[in-house]
Design a binder for this molecule. Sequence first.
Ligand SMILES: [Cu+2]
Length: 121
Amino acid sequence: MKNIWVIGFLVFVVLVSGCTSGPAEPQQKATPPKQTTPPPPATAEVRIENFMFYPPEVVIARGGTVKWSNKDTDTHTVTGGDFDSGKLGQGQTFSHTFNEAGTYDYWCTIHASMRGKIIVK
Ligand SMILES: [Cu+2]
């Protein structure tokens, strides 16, 4: 009767070693869950309202266009290092396309406290 156990043990050893030392199969590596961060949008809109740019920070894809709309009755500008809307009256809009990745700070030349940022990825 003891032999049954020995044979069983041997079978077990063979099975286990067969599993671990068999032909190398492509290893199924446990991949971490894919990041589901959506790509930045190609366009974005910024409202100029109550002497603020909203949202104050916008992320867009490279080659994307941002459109600003002045909702205030006061005149504002959208002015950055290499773009300038000039004076925007109430209801006027300005669009700029960003072809280079980077961070673009901009402001209103009339109201020093008005600042915004475009991040191009
Ligand atoms: Cu302004």
